[in-house]
Design a protein around this ligand. Structure first.
Ligand SMILES: Nc1ncnc2c1ncn2[C@@H]1O[C@H](COP(=O)(O)OP(=O)(O)OP(=O)(O)O)[C@@H](O)[C@H]1O
Ligand SMILES: [Mg+2]
Length: 478
């Protein structure tokens, strides 16, 4: 399978390997071109000089003089020299043994046919031939350099210089071998580096994906080890943050579901008991029956309330859109107080207000109303008869502040930090009696947050409680 690891490896290897391969071949090419050029020029020049010097002697028949001259040159040029006439017959040969024979060298034939004034070529005709031609044993290469000899009537023959090129070929071979071995070393090094690099690069990714697989199977507690630095470290950290978030979300959700089902079960169980007693006691007195029906009706109301609250909460979880508008907070506060006045009156409580006029907040009207309603409703519920509840609306330092203060039963210090949690009630038994589910304040907190505000509670058991909601004036959500 083509994993990132292998891709990195391959890419790295290809880049390093190919570029070095190209560099090496170019370099060898350049070196050999240079060496060959130099050699060709050298040999051709020598041959030309020889042809020039030999031509006059070749015409006059001073064989001895010519022989001496050739011998001398053969030593200084370190090679075999031959002079060939226009018919291709070898007239002089410093090795002597080819004298009188027809020349077989291509370059010489070319010059003699008139195609070129000079010719040069390196050949590998087999070791035996090489040894026979150049006298060099164990050599694979031999070079022929030919130049025409001219007299007054034009070409009179050609000079052939057989030179030894084995050492040149050897040094080229050495250069080549060296480059190949350097190439091999670099290739191996590149491979090793690529291996290490790809491992370093992919290990964290593999770790994350392994962890993700585990998480996918349902284990939300797994974390990626955070190692190294840079982006990969960040990847691991971010992943862990996300995992932690998921885990806590999962926990909260589970808790929420179990709390919710518990809350729903209780009224259902109560209703079932009442219904069963009505079924199995057909001769139940009519008043008792009516009483039971009223109770059942009440339970249904409670259930409806809980379900409504749950819906509100889940909708807010889904980041339900806010319908923002300019809300006259002064009016809204008075309206809400008006709504709750009958409930307070029933308990012979004083519901006092201290509302500054013309305070406007840009926010969601129904949510803002719900916030104050829930707080005031709590104040009424958790304050004994004939108590006093005070609702105020102020604007201070550009912030809009609601205060709901009662002189009721208050909230123990230990419970204060929990009352905003879903389903949290200070007194579980009392909650059921008064019809509370413990969702009111969590809804309040959520809605306050959506408006970019904060909520705090100040309370003393037996003395009363005060809830303070502060909005930044713009009512901007975060
Ligand atoms: N003004 C208050 N005085 C004393 N205790 C309070 C006051 N407001 C809230 N509490 C405590 O905080 C708990 C949580 O309040 P919350 O409004 O969330 O739930 P609830 O009133 O019990 O039920 P719900 O509002 O969902 O019908 C209450 O059960 C109560 O114990
Ligand atoms: Mg409440």
């Amino acid at each position: 399978m083509a994993s990132i690891r292998w891709k990195i490896l391959l890419a790295f290897f290809l880049i390093v390997g190919l570029s070095f391969f190209v560099a090496a071949t170019t370099l060898t090419g350049l070196v050999s071109d240079y060496l060959f050029d130099q050699r060709t020029r050298d040999d051709s020049m020598k041959t030309e000089k020889l042809a020039l010097a030999a031509a006059p002697l070749f015409q006059s028949v001073s064989a001895n003089e010519l022989n001496d001259m050739l011998e001398e040159n053969a030593v200084s040029m370190d090679g075999r020299l031959m002079l060939i006439d226009n018919d291709g017959k070898i007239q002089y040969d410093t090795f002597q043994n080819l004298c009188g024979q027809r020349v077989q060298v291509d370059e010489a034939l070319r010059v003699l046919s008139g195609d070129a004034a000079e010719a040069y070529g390196i050949h590998a005709p087999g070791r035996a031939v090489v040894e026979e031609m150049s006298g060099e044993s164990g050599a694979d290469y031999v070079a022929y350099s030919v130049h025409e000899m001219t007299g007054f009537q034009g070409r009179i023959g050609a000079a052939l210089y057989v030179s030894r090129v084995q050492s040149l070929m050897d040094s080229l071979q050495t250069v080549r071998m060296r480059l190949v071995s350097v190439f091999a070393i670099i290739a191996v090094a590149a491979l090793v580096v690529a291996l290490i690099l790809s491992r370093v690069l992919t290990n964290p990714i593999t770790a994350v994906s392994r962890t993700m697989r585990k998480m996918g199977k349902g284990d939300l507690s797994v974390r990626v080890p955070v190692k190294g630095s840079g982006e990969l470290r960040e990847l691991a950290e971010n992943y862990n943050t996300m995992a932690a978030q998921l885990e806590s979300l999962d926990k909260t959700r589970n808790q929420f579901v179990s709390n919710a089902s518990h809350e729903l079960k209780t009224p259902l169980a109560t209703m079932k008991i009442m219904l069963e007693s009505m079924i199995y006691q057909p001769d139940m007195p009519a008043e008792v029956r009516t009483e039971f029906m009223k109770d059942i009706n009440h339970e249904i109301d409670r259930l409806t309330g809980i379900v409504t609250d749950l819906l509100v909460l889940t909708r807010m979880d889904n980041r339900e859109e806010m319908k923002r508008e300019s809300v006259n907070m002064s009016e809204l506060t008075l309206e809400t107080i008006h709504l709750l006045t009958p409930a307070a009156e029933q308990r012979r409580q004083t519901l006092a207000e201290d509302v500054r006029q013309d305070i406007v907040l840009y926010g969601d009207r129904s949510k803002l109303g719900q916030i104050l309603y829930n707080l005031t409703d709590n104040a009424i519920k958790y304050t004994p008869e004939e108590g006093t509840i005070r609702v105020s609306l102020k604007q201070e330092d550009g912030r809009i502040i609601w205060r709901v203060k009662d002189n009721g039963i208050g909230i123990p210090k230990d419970d204060q930090e929990h009352i905003f949690e879903r389903f949290y009630r200070v007194d579980k038994a009392r909650g059921r009696e008064t019809g509370g589910t413990g969702l009111g304040l969590s809804i309040v907190r959520q809605m306050v947050k959506m408006h970019g505000g904060t909520i705090s509670v100040y309370s003393e058991p037996g003395q009363g409680s005060e809830f303070v909601v502060i909005f930044p004036q713009e009512g901007a959500a975060p």
